[in-house]
Design a protein around this ligand. Structure first.
Ligand code: ACO
Length: 408
């Protein structure tokens, strides 16, 4: 068996086949396969080979991740990780993570991020669960929405998803700097949102799109499918939301009200939504929306100093962290973070530490969605100077809450 090495373009089919088999072997629809072939950054992808056979895969997209304060920080989007079942639990994943994090460091990217197939896999490599999302199954026959002023001034119209892709992307792009966790991506990624293979529809309609306009300008959009259903009491269809972005509360409310009111439906399924989204506070009965929390983006600080000084802090903070990082020992040791809402510096120090934690906890709190105090309650952060936790924890917070807009 070789160690991990960079993928060659002509190896892509074999390599991707190993990945698909690691996820169960159900072939991906052709249009999805083609998109991911194009999006694969071969020179940032690794394969492990045993003779002719590929037994390990890992890729890294080039993203810029919005952090608290609005900066777009280069982040390696770790993806396409798989190990052949014939070679599992022999350290293949560990060897790929080792090589990949060394590479990310050499590329000068302070962060690596991923979504995990199973939460238990990546903590050992220093990734912490940093964003959460809401999945909801809303009983729209028993739940009403109280919408904000201005909602009636928003015009909605149907459009073919591909036809309005540019206008929808422009809305997305305007939102990216305003919420930590959002991703600025290379050209090509916008096509992900309009992929519509029949095998992914589960009996629902092709993808539909409604755009929200005010004074001729696109101020929001929703992409969704409708799955018709008929029960003993009559129509019982389901609206399945796929994406929704809006530039202001009125546009947002107009789109949600539309989704609640589609004829012959009594249910709205919305997955992967922000934890602090407005609709949760417009509904008459949140219990009938059955909101459920789910982990989303995992963050790994590859360069602790660069990462911590790339974001801002809600309140003035001056704290010394004693960081443990067994997998990337260049981060281990004491760091003084001094910052506020305008900027920050983070330097190595010999001063006594205030808080002790591992790099995994720093990843979890980095985007402002998890509190140092919560992690301390779990025994994962130790307070060495009394008062340090109460001072540092609120400074790390973010309002709006961090949110990962889509998987990768
Ligand atoms: C970002 C993404 O792409 S997420 C997708 C991840 N891929 C998948 O889930 C596809 C199916 N699974 C697989 O391909 C493989 O089982 C992998 C990639 C999860 C693990 O690969 P392996 O080569 O077996 O991992 P490796 O041998 O390096 O294991 C390292 C350690 O992690 C542990 N580990 C590995 N997988 C898991 C898991 N799923 N759950 C809990 N622990 C795990 C191992 O037990 C081992 O622990 P140890 O050091 O205490 O002995």
């Amino acid at each position: 068996m070789t160690g991990p090495r960079v993928l060659r373009r002509e190896e892509w089919d074999t390599w991707y086949g190993t990945l698909v088999r690691a996820f169960g072997g159900v072939p991906e629809p052709a249009e999805e396969l083609e998109l991911f072939r194009e999006l694969t950054e071969t020179d940032r992808s690794l394969g492990v080979w045993d003779g002719e056979g590929c037994v390990g895969t890992a890729g890294a997209f080039s993203f810029r991740l919005t952090v608290p304060g609005g900066a777009a920080v280069p982040a390696a989007g770790v993806t396409m990780v798989g190990v052949a079942a014939t070679h599992r639990r022999r350290g293949v994943l560990t060897s790929m993570m080792r090589r990949q994090l060394d590479d990310v460091r050499s590329w000068g990217e302070p962060l690596a991020v991923l979504t995990a197939s199973e939460p238990a896999i990546y903590g050992r490599f220093g990734y912490g669960a940093a964003t959460f999302q809401v999945n909801a199954e809303i009983d729209t026959s028993r739940t009403t929405l109280a919408v904000p002023e201005g909602t009636d001034g928003v015009r909605l119209r149907y459009a073919a998803p591909a036809e309005v892709l540019g206008a929808c992307e422009a809305v997305y792009a305007r939102l990216v700097p305003g919420r930590p966790g959002m991703l600025a991506r290379r050209p090509g990624w916008e096509r992900l949102g309009t992929l519509d293979p029949e095998s992914r529809r589960d009996g629902a309609s092709p993808l539909q799109c409604v755009v929200a306009e005010r004074d001729g300008e696109t101020v929001g959009y929703a992409r969704f499918r409708v799955k018709p259903g008929w029960g003993p009491a009559g129509p019982d269809g389901t609206v399945v939301l796929s994406a929704l972005d809006a530039l202001d509360p009125a546009a947002d409310a107009a789109l949600w009200r539309f989704l609640f009111d589609v004829d012959l439906t009594s249910r709205l399924v919305a997955r992967g939504r922000p934890v602090d989204e407005g609709w949760q506070h417009m509904v008459s009965d949140i219990r009938r929306c059955r909101p459920e929390l789910r982990d989303a983006l995992y963050v790994r600080l590859v360069d602790v100093g660069a990462a911590l000084q790339a974001r801002t802090y809600r309140a003035p903070v001056d704290v010394v962290f004693d960081v443990e990082d067994a997998f990337c020992p260049w981060n281990t040791g004491r760091w003084r973070l001094s910052g506020d809402a305008k900027g920050a510096s983070c330097e190595r120090t010999e001063d006594a530490a205030d808080l002790a934690l591992s790099v995994r906890e720093l990843g979890a709190v980095y985007l402002g969605g998890v509190g140092l105090t919560s992690l301390a309650a779990a025994g994962r952060v130790r307070e060495l100077r009394r008062g340090a936790l109460a001072e540092a924890s609120p400074a790390f917070g973010s309002d709006p809450a961090p949110w990962l807009p889509h998987g990768f």
